[in-house]
Design a protein around this ligand. Structure first.
Ligand SMILES: [Mn+2]
Length: 320
């Protein structure tokens, strides 16, 4: 166990990083644009200072992230000796994934995170900003490292993805001010937006076409429901991760109040995602043993497909 846990400032984080030579950065398990953008930007900046830096992530980098060249240096197995371990964009220690134990038993550790969460490292730089990339930007500035177009692109990646391309409620003036700076430094804004917000694969587009083609609507079209079977996924060579892009297509229909996507998880078990424009889908999902937010929730329901759909439609029908 660590004896002392302290809160640190951006400048102190910079000083600690400067005092170390071999540094390991941990992206969180099932990585997103913010954890990867933060890790790679910080890695590139520290390398300019002659540091030996490696990035670890216990999950394979997906095709989207792999389009960004420097992600090929992210390692899947933890090796080497380090003076400092840094957990980046990890709200709790379990986000470090399979290396949580290694992390916890090491003495020199630092958290850089924007979830305002737990003190599990010796040094804790915790804020409540929209993205971890904003914290990393401040650290890089405090280190006095020149931000080139590559670093700017990775910093923009986290800022852009964690704010839903500047559309989520966490977007504030600071986000736009940093975006302007990244633009000035030559960030490849078009590439980031294309990869994270526009690109879909041919297989996913074919799945979407099939699913939309058999869309069901209820209660004067206020409830729109989509479903995906294991057979659909197998046919297009996809897995369950491809179903997350479907439910917005239901709720985004102008007359819809609730969008539901029912995806076959295993034989007679379905993963259900619900989105709404204000209707409380958390209550509905809690009824089925799940949970989430008022406008975005999920649950698992067992049974035959048509029975599962009938139950969902009936429960939503009580209050819609
Ligand atoms: Mn984040």
């Amino acid at each position: 166990m660590k004896s002392t846990k302290q809160t640190i400032t951006t400048n102190q984080a910079g000083d600690i990083l400067l005092s170390k030579r071999d540094i390991a950065l941990f992206a969180h398990t099932n990585p997103d644009g913010d954890t990867i953008g933060s890790c790679v930007a910080l890695c590139l900046a520290l390398q300019k200072l002659g540091k030996n830096v490696r990035i670890f992530c216990d999950t394979k980098i997906d095709d989207k992230l792999a389009i960004f060249e420097e992600t090929k240096y992210i390692s899947n197995s933890f090796t080497g000796k380090y003076d400092l371990l840094v957990a980046v964009d990890c709200g709790d220690i379990f986000r470090v994934g399979q290396w949580s134990g290694n992390y916890n038993s090491f003495s020199e550790t630092m958290t850089i995170d924007h979830h305002g969460g737990e003190y599990y490292s010796k040094y804790n730089l915790l804020t409540k900003q929209a993205s971890t990339c904003q914290i990393v930007y401040d650290i890089i500035k405090s280190l006095g490292v020149d931000i080139d177009s590559k670093i700017a692109t990775y910093l923009y990646m986290g800022l852009c993805t964690d704010t839903g391309n500047f559309a989520n409620t966490n977007t504030d003036e600071q986000c736009f001010l940093m975006a302007a700076q990244m633009y000035k430094k030559g960030a490849d804004i078009q590439k980031v937006v294309r990869v994270f917000f526009k690109d879909t694969s041919l297989a996913e587009t074919k799945l979407l076409a099939r699913v939309l083609n058999r869309m069901r609507t209820y209660y004067d079209n206020k409830l729109v429901l989509l479903y995906v079977t294991k057979q659909d996924l197998d046919e297009f060579g996809l897995d369950l991760s491809s179903t997350s892009m479907l439910v917005p297509n239901a709720v985004n229909i102008d007359v819809a109040q609730v969008g539901v996507c029912v995806s076959e998880y295993s034989a007679n078990t379905y993963k259900v995602s619900m989105r709404s424009k204000g209707f409380n889908v958390r209550e509905v999902c809690q009824y089925f043993g799940g949970g989430g937010h008022i406008v975005a929730s999920g649950c698992m329901i067992s049974g035959f497909l048509e029975d599962v759909i009938e139950k969902i439609v009936r429960v939503i029908g009580y209050t819609i």
